[in-house]
Design a protein around this ligand. Sequence first.
Ligand SMILES: [Zn+2]
Ligand SMILES: [Zn+2]
Length: 172
Amino acid sequence: MLARIAPFHTNVLVVGPTRTADDRAFLEGYAVDVAEQTGTVATYALHNDYSVTDFDAVYVVGTATKLRDANGLVLIAEALVAGMPVYDSANPQEAGHCVCGLGQNVQPLRDERGDIQCFECAGLTLGCAHCGEYSDVEELEIVKRGNTFSPVHSTCIAEARKAHPRAKIVTV
Ligand SMILES: [Zn+2]
Ligand SMILES: [Zn+2]
């Protein structure tokens, strides 16, 4: 039983400040963390031209109430109106490691003893975005396509590279 119940999500939108190049780089890095730590396909928003209801949840760099970025605010407002979960960044004191070794700083979940349990160990991840098979997070790599990061098995990536030698499959 988790103290902080997290519903199962597969496809999330990551919003945050986008004004400066540093802001955008941080947002992109946070989206990688979200994909890695929550086992979801994570897309970061550089504009507000998204249909938020195409996603299951919104992750915010910082907190939704303090965000001053106009694009992000529009998306958060739409998500709230649609009744979607909106997750602020955890504060640094909440971060830590699961017993499996995976670091958790995006949305650390805790079991009834107060120990951090990662999404993978809690059974809340979709597994591989390519084949849909469940796997240890350690065996998944994060594939970048445009503004979207997806957890995919190393073996699935190797197969895809063999099948499509000219396709550029970028991992982070
Ligand atoms: Zn774990
Ligand atoms: Zn796979």
